[in-house]
Write a protein that binds this ligand. Structure first.
Ligand code: ZN
Length: 285
């Protein structure tokens, strides 16, 4: 994956090093728990990760300390490049449709725990998108988890994760989330699964268009796309359930199977057009 010459927009809020939740406005990890309302986590069932706690602390504390811009380190620059590219691609697709891409999805980098517009976010949840503040929350230790626990290697696997989350931002702008909720948030053909598979398809659309939109400064090899497909398979509900529970329970699906996640990513990539991502109208997921 070639990305170093690609554009950075500096839309990254860097809360790393703010000594975890405590500095971020009173979100202790001890005593723990988070209220996260309506977030879209990556590959992990939110129901299992969350419990209830009342909000506390001063949200302003975070804003005062966090730095917004392009991070200096490699990992932070990579996130900026992918964030910038995904937003450029979607902004041009919206424009072609006569719609306004009102606001790019921002990324917040943090350690351990942080305050979000959806409640207290924790690294254990993996990367997630919060519709209330239109931001993606990412603790970079997830990259190690992705490679180690999920076995998804390569830079493109990381890019796919980010592009998937930006896909949720796009769905937010398209008001798709309410439609999904009305269809139920668990089970093989649930609204949740349709939403997640569409976000995978949108990640594929981005991958198909990123090179051209960036003037060639962002480029993927066939191996990169293979890495993306492998990552999609690694975070399939069946793959995760088999690994963590030893059995597959379709009624508890929230993201779709490995085969489905690969199929929809591939569909978006082959078509390069969000029209190909109608998981809500599709007979077969
Ligand atoms: Zn998702």
């Amino acid at each position: 994956m070639e990305w170093r010459r690609a554009r950075r927009s500096g839309n990254i809020e860097d809360r790393r090093g703010l000594s975890g939740g405590a500095a971020a406005g009173g979100i202790g990890i001890a005593g723990a728990a988070a209220v996260l309302v309506g977030v879209f986590v990556f590959g992990i069932d939110p129901q299992e990760m969350l419990s209830i706690v009342s909000g506390q602390g001063d949200p302003a504390a975070v804003q005062q300390k966090a730095v917004v811009g392009t991070p200096e380190d490699d990992a932070g620059q990579f996130v900026d490049v992918v964030e910038t590219s995904t937003n450029e691609v979607w902004s041009s697709l919206f424009e072609a449709d006569g719609a306004a891409y009102n606001r790019p999805a921002g990324v917040v980098l943090y350690d351990n725990a942080t305050r979000t517009g959806c409640g207290a976010g924790q690294a254990a949840m993996g990367p997630f998108y919060c519709p209330a503040d239109q931001k993606i929350y990412l603790d970079l230790t997830f990259w190690q988890e992705l490679e180690g626990e999920f076995g998804a290697k390569g830079e493109f696997a990381r890019a796919y994760v980010l592009a998937h989350e930006v896909g949720h931002h796009v769905q937010g702008l398209q008001n798709t989330m309410d439609r999904a909720k009305a269809m139920g948030m668990q089970g093989e053909t649930s609204g949740a699964v349709r939403l997640e598979l569409q976000a995978d398809c949108y990640a594929g659309v981005w991958a198909a268009r990123a090179s051209q939109t960036s003037g060639g400064r962002l480029a993927f090899t066939n191996q990169d796309i293979e890495d993306g497909l492998k990552a999609a398979a690694a975070v399939g509900d069946d793959t995760i359930q088999r690994r963590t529970q030893g059995q597959v329970v379709p009624d508890a699906f929230t993201h779709g199977t490995a085969a489905q996640r690969m199929r929809w990513f591939r569909k978006g990539y082959d078509a390069g057009d969000p029209i190909s991502c109608d998981t809500f109208g599709a007979d077969r997921l």
